[in-house]
Design a binder for this molecule. Sequence first.
Ligand code: CTP
Ligand code: MG
Length: 373
Amino acid sequence: MNVAVVLVAAGNGERLGAGIPKALVTVAGKSLLVHALEAIQKFNPTQLVVVVHEDHVEEFQSQIRAVYHGEFAIAVGGTSRQGSVANGLALVKAELVLIHDAARAFASPALFEAVAAELSNSDVVVPVIPVSDTVKRVSGNDVLGTEDRNTLRLSQTPQGFRTKELQRALSEAPSDFTDDAALMQAMGFSVRSVPGEVNAFKLTTNSDLDRARQDFGQRATGIGTDAHKFSESGQLVLGCLVWPELPKLEGHSDGDSIAHAIVDALLSAAGLGDIGSNFGVDRPEFAGASGEIFISETLKMIAAKGFSVENVAVQVIADKPKIGPRRDELEARLSAIVEARVSVGATTTDGLGFLADSRGVAAVATALLKVLG
Ligand code: CTP
Ligand code: MG
């Protein structure tokens, strides 16, 4: 099919207020521009025109080059979205065109396909999603009535057109329309809809950006294990709790196998090595340090790499102490330190090995991290 894509990405993003064009704001380490281009690359149009912000042409160009492997042209944005669409469309040679907002960065390649396919039945195609809230018509604070939401849809992009028809409509447009299908309808064209996508929502405000970062943030898992043997004296500290009936575990620090397994899992998920490579004997300030201090230091390190903790799971392997009676307390204490949900399970080794006769405590932990921003 002879179909071009015009990606409009020239807006300032005033409502987001990031201080840079919205298309350059990142989610999971990639700009909205790049996310949108990845979907377009998979759709593989015959031509791509990206409409970019006039003050950042080089930055846009280098990001496009880095991810887009086809031919592309660049146009500079206008003062309104409609002006930007017109500037991009002027460069389109293909018979059909899909106009897409970079602000809808998570629309899937399948949505581009569906809109393009429906162009064989209609001059204008728009993806829509149902309205789930009850919608009121108002005048100031006065509610004038309630709309029948079954007849209402929310409009998305990409929207599909015949290039020449949209070019003519834009050159004759009486005023600015917030979407191109609305302009075409005002010019007398009939418009067909296809089912849109929840993920094709438009990032407009900071709460949209938070939602995108929650939904599309990359995740990384890590694993850690640790084992320490009981000493003859002292008092056991395990999972950052004191266990008065058992002696201390031996170690360079306080021997807290649970805390150390958690630290290793967090470091491993963030690609930061392990406890030995970060807090080893060459860092005497950590000699005898509590598990809580290790975990807190580790959280600072992973935050500096742009990660936050989603959850941590721990399994203790030991005859003693019995974890069950204090599981709630353990989970609450560790969750407060890690600032995310920590779950703790326990098992014995059925009489096998060094953990069978209460000589020590081992723990295995996994961590799930999320990349933000
Ligand atoms: N757009 C554009 N040129 C403009 C205005 C908007 O190319 N002069 C693009 C935006 O980059 C975005 C899409 O149109 O991909 C939808 O616009 P909107 O969400 O309103 O983005 P901004 O105009 O950047 O945001 P704001 O209105 O908050 O400034
Ligand atoms: Mg705008």
